[in-house]
Design a protein around this ligand. Structure first.
Ligand code: KG4
Ligand code: ZN
Length: 369
């Protein structure tokens, strides 16, 4: 196993010395990954286990919600047993259980929530519902070189594209977001148009490496708009138009050229908006979170743009860019560190498939008196 990321103590100064050490179980099941993890507030991440349903959904070209729910049911308990065994702890050692309460697929969320609440009831332990995007947002703090607050966060996942100012846990200010498709959605839909498999992000990214950057100049929507919003549906339509121009005669090199045109366009927009957000807020640290944060071209372009302006960029470890249980256990631990009463022995497991991030509040203890 890789060296353990350090615990919360040390990351946030000495205040944690007075806090009671806690072992938090994290449960993620919002879409097509079942993730379980154990985070110890003193020892860091002890273990995590993940099952991706990609192979199962591939033949349908996208996630089938009912199949996703059923698979979460099959996977959750064996993954929990594996996580406990890898961490060498007993279920009774768990102090609190954090689970993804939303947003996501209702049925899939219900599986994770019922596993968490059922376990909480059986073990007499408190549970805490976590916002999936908060998990993504805080995931770079699990890395060996975590950023300090405040920072600008670019959240780029399959369902969301948002720029945020992050001043602390639960202190998120939305600066801009997509008006239509999310960045990951644009990757997936464009990949589909090129006949690539699901999920399309990694596939179109790999193909783009073989493309000629001069072959297609695709539109860069809202690149010069004054605000920090995004729009990607026009880019997807541009991909559709060039694919149609080739009709059935499209060859592998054409596909690679179109993939390159698409990736260059989307990366240009994402990088430009991040630089504008940093400039406007006068902050120097940028954090990238969510599945598209795994994209190699985006990382290279962000690193180059940031280095030129003396900004620092932080990424989650690659394995924690896409959905996972570690980020949920960690977000739970961060909230409990500031508000130990946030986890309760209430097992109603109400999920929130739609849950705007701006409805989140900071932990109570962190509020001004
Ligand atoms: O964060 P995530 O795992 O799930 C959501 O919360 O949505 O993000 C999944 C998205 C998919 O759209 C997938 O195509 C995209 O992240 N993705 C990538 C890469 N890896 C995953 N997009 C571009 N390049 C990648 N390497
Ligand atoms: Zn996600």
């Amino acid at each position: 196993m890789a060296p353990l990321p350090r615990g919360l103590f040390g990351l946030f100064g000495g205040s944690f010395i007075e806090s009671i050490p806690m072992l938090v179980l994290g449960v993620e099941s919002s879409c097509d990954e079942t993730g379980l993890a154990l985070y110890d507030t003193e020892r860091g991440l002890l273990a995590h286990a993940l099952h991706s349903q990609i192979a199962m959904h591939q033949e349908y070209g996208g996630v089938v919600p009912e199949l996703a729910s059923r698979d979460h049911i099959r996977r959750a308990i064996p993954l929990l047993q594996q996580t406990l065994a890898d961490a060498q702890v007993q279920a009774a050692d768990i102090d609190a259980i954090a689970y993804t309460q939303g947003p996501g697929l209702a049925g899939a969320l219900l599986v994770g929530a019922s596993v968490a609440c059922g376990l909480g009831l059986a073990l007499d332990k408190p549970v805490l519902g976590i916002h999936h995007l908060e998990g993504h947002l805080l995931s770079p703090l699990l890395a060996s070189k975590p950023p300090r607050f405040p920072f600008i966060a670019l959240l780029v996942s399959g369902g969301h594209t948002q720029l945020m100012r992050v001043d602390g846990v639960g202190r998120y200010e939305l600066l801009g977001e997509t008006l239509d498709d999310a960045a990951g959605e644009a990757f997936d839909k464009s990949a589909k148009l090129l006949g690539l498999g699901y999920p399309g992000g990694p596939a179109i990214s790999r193909l783009a490496e073989f493309g000629d950057p001069a072959a297609y100049q695709l539109p860069r929507p809202m690149l010069h708009s004054k605000n920090l919003d995004f729009s990607f549906s026009g880019l997807k339509t541009a991909v559709l138009t060039v694919v149609k121009q080739h009709s059935a005669n499209i060859c592998e090199q054409d596909k690679a050229n179109i993939a390159r045109g698409f990736v260059d366009a989307i990366v240009d927009v994402l990088v430009a908006k991040c630089m504008t957000a940093l400039k406007q807020t006068n902050l120097k640290r940028l954090v990238i979170a969510g599945g598209v944060g795994a994209n190699a071209q985006l990382r290279a372009a962000l690193n180059a743009a940031a280095a030129k302006r003396r900004y620092e960029v932080f990424y989650p470890e690659l394995q924690f860019c896409t959905d996972n249980g570690a980020m949920i256990a960690f977000a739970g631990a961060m909230r409990l560190r500031e508000e130990p009463g946030a986890a309760r022995k209430e097992y109603g497991f109400g999920v929130r498939p739609r849950w705007p991030l701006d409805e989140l509040r900071p932990p109570q203890a962190a509020l001004p008196a």
